[in-house]
Design a protein around this ligand. Structure first.
Ligand code: ACO
Length: 331
């Protein structure tokens, strides 16, 4: 753990979810599946889909504007904008740069970060380091995804899982001793890269009539292997986080877990013996929103007034790469 006099806290949160809902009953009409299968295997009841003509940037902007408002800041006061996403508007320019223009954040550096569903935790740790080093004072961290645009709507094994949304937080140095980010645990295992990937569209396999015919512009996932990886890596990451922070599971007021599958969340919750109210869930309403899952959870709990100053909270995510990331903080 980095021991430092500077405390860095989340001073504002925001979220944006598209209006359009796709229920399990809707999916029953699209592929060979059932509401019962989806609920028992994943915990998902419905997910949100971004309307045609809107993009990742629109969601990112809406979440960012809310987070800035809650922090009492203007875009022009930002020093850095980080957007964690696997579904940017374009391979380049970055969504972060497009967002910088929309927010009028002309003093801010801006870049995207790709770490799959762990992207938000990775980006949070990057923002934290920029503030600790003294290089920045006001950092916007966004997790925004439009997974519906890279979902194969003919593949029942994956199309039931994903949803669109965005969450954002503002990071700032604070004076209070009893508040702020405490430590991070980041990791990766590139040997598992093939388990969860978007095969074509990058420079290794550029778009062609062949890649379109082979449906290579959609998410490919070995669900069973990713599931096994998640069940192992979530408790391991949490154990290392708590050891680093010198805290026990019983002391956690909140545990925010990446929303990929309710069974993964429940297995971690039961292992730590935490009551359901300390492990919030929105996968039933939104499905897996990749890097947006955790910031949207944070925003929902903060906006409802349930997160209180001084609460101890942990967050853990895992995803494509393979990657994992965890953080511990005092709200
Ligand atoms: N409806 C009905 N049946 C289905 C469906 C469906 N939607 N999907 C698969 N099935 C069938 C399969 O064909 C299989 O049938 P078979 O036994 O006749 O072959 C059976 O159901 C069981 O399939 P499994 O894949 O073994 O089901 P499992 O219980 O593993 O659940 C799931 C699949 C939900 C995908 C699970 O493996 C999972 O959640 N994995 C983790 C996903 C994840 O965490 N991804 C992380 C990050 S995503 C990112 O980074 C963008």
């Amino acid at each position: 753990m980095i021991k430092t006099a500077i405390k860095v806290a989340i001073t504002g949160t925001g979220a944006a979810l598209p209006e359009t809902r796709l229920t399990n009953q809707d999916l029953e009409k699209m592929v060979d599946t059932t509401d019962e299968w989806i609920i028992t295997r994943t915990g998902i009841r419905e997910r949100r889909l971004l309307e045609k003509g809107r993009s990742n940037l629109d969601l990112a902007e809406a979440a960012a504007v809310m987070a800035l408002e809650n922090a009492g800041l203007k875009g022009a006061e930002l020093d850095l904008i980080l957007v964690a996403t696997v579904t940017p508007d374009h391979l380049f320019p970055s969504t972060a740069c497009l967002l910088q223009a929309r927010l009028g954040a002309h003093h801010a550096a801006a870049f995207d970060l790709s770490a799959g569903c762990s992207g938000f935790i990775y980006a949070l740790s990057v923002g934290y380091q920029f503030i600790l080093s003294g290089a920045c004072r006001r950092v916007l961290v966004v997790g925004a995804e439009v997974l519906s645009r890279i979902t194969d709507w003919e593949d029942r094994a994956t199309c039931v899982l994903f949803g669109d949304g965005a969450g954002a937080v503002v990071l700032q140095p604070v004076r209070e001793e009893d508040r702020g980010l405490l430590c991070f645990e980041l990791g990766a295992d590139g040997t598992g890269a093939g388990l969860l990937a978007l095969p074509a569209g990058g420079s290794a396999c550029p778009a062609s009539a062949e890649t379109i015919k082979n449906r290579q512009h959609f998410i490919r996932m070995n669900g069973n292997e990713v599931f096994k990886f998640a069940v192992r890596v979530v408790p391991d990451t949490l154990a290392r986080l708590m050891e680093q922070g010198g805290v026990s599971a019983a002391q956690l007021d909140y545990l925010f877990l990446h929303q990929a599958n309710l069974r993964i969340i429940e297995s971690a919750r039961k292992r730590l013996n935490l009551p359901p109210e300390r492990v919030p869930v929105h996968i039933d309403r939104y499905g897996n929103m990749s890097s947006a899952s955790i910031p949207v959870l944070l925003h929902e709990e903060a906006a409802a007034g349930r997160l209180k100053r001084g609460h101890l909270l942990a967050a853990v995510a895992f995803g494509a790469g393979l990657t994992w990331g965890g953080m511990l903080m005092r709200w």
